[in-house]
Ligand binder design. Structure first.
Ligand code: NAD
Length: 274
């Protein structure tokens, strides 16, 4: 297919736009994944804690696209951190997904208070060696957490999935990723929908004949980010994938850069979230 991909430090590649399925009930996930596959998506982002891995698996099976053509990510929930518990949680995720491998397995949060992300990562290394987690990465890690993983194991995560949108652009962490060969994946890329009413985004959208959601997703692509917008509405699933036929110009990028806010974070702080 024509869609852009990003290549990881392990040589594998991920389609740059995927479907996020947080807050998507299990039965709705079946149809949302089906709609996404029909629209051309080949990348789905779920997590054990979303309680829809079964629905995602069913949607993939019913979608008629060969398993090896779809990039599937799931995540280990915080309570399951630790070496043995991670291996067990992974088996449970695969069983629910109805597949014998995932393309990407992520530590969902570092949860430093648990003191277990290093042992968890060692279990991830085993799953990677077994070929059942084709690539391994993390989510919500700070530069300090990343350096501890890399320093202790010598293995660099392929990506770090972090809160990132025009109001919280994460410049310092993106630079830390670039310096370490880690790709950046944006969660809540639309600011959970809050950014769609922004007048600066609206003006750019009007000039390009695009929607605000398309402009924001295009901004992530133009920044080299991997992006996983969420919708369960068929027309919006299609709309969010209609981003490969235009690019933003320097003035657009400058206007969006001006939306960045030090207090723009919506979700939890990774240093204190448990
Ligand atoms: P998002 O920024 O993708 O926004 C989704 C919301 O925006 C939708 O619920 C809908 O209300 C609105 N929307 C989407 N497309 C639209 C359109 N075309 N027009 C109008 N409104 C539209 O928010 P999100 O779901 O928080 O983030 C995306 C994905 O990121 C999640 O589904 C999940 O897969 C992942 N995520 C990961 C973490 C993590 O800790 N790793 C945390 C949050 C989200």
């Amino acid at each position: 297919s024509e869609q852009p991909k990003v290549t990881f430090n392990d040589g594998r590649a991920i389609p740059q736009v995927g479907l996020g399925v947080w807050r998507t009930p299990d039965d709705v996930a079946v149809t949302a994944v089906g709609e996404a596959l029909r629209a051309g998506y080949r990348h789905i982002d779920t997590a054990a804690i979303y309680e829809n891995e079964e629905g995602v698996g069913k949607g993939l099976k019913a979608g008629g696209v060969p398993r090896e053509e779809v990039f599937l990510t799931t995540k280990l929930w915080n309570e399951r951190q630790g070496f043995d518990s991670t291996l067990k949680a992974f088996d449970e995720s695969l069983a629910r997904l109805g597949t014998d491998y995932v393309d990407l397995y992520l530590i969902h949060w570092p949860s430093p208070a648990r003191g277990a992300y290093l042992d968890t990562w060692k279990a991830f290394l085993r799953l990677h060696e077994e070929g059942r987690a084709r690539s391994i990465g993390v989510s919500n890690f700070t530069a300090e957490h990343l350096d501890r993983l890399i320093g202790e194991t010598g293995v660099t995560p392929v990506l770090n999935q972090i809160e990132l949108h025009p109001r919280f652009q994460q410049k310092a962490l993106r630079e830390a990723h670039d310096a370490r060969g880690i790709k950046t994946q944006s969660w809540s890329p639309l600011g959970q929908g809050q950014l769609l009413e922004d007048p600066a985004i609206g003006a750019i959208a009007a000039r390009h004949g695009k929607t605000p959601a398309q402009v924001i997703i295009r901004w992530h692509l133009d920044k080299g980010l991997i992006v996983i917008p969420k919708s369960v509405t068929p027309s919006r699933i299609v709309e969010n994938f209609g981003v490969f036929d235009f690019t933003l110009d320097a003035a657009d990028l400058k206007a969006i850069e001006g939306l960045d806010r030090a207090d723009g974070r919506i979700g939890p702080d990774p240093d204190t979230a448990t």
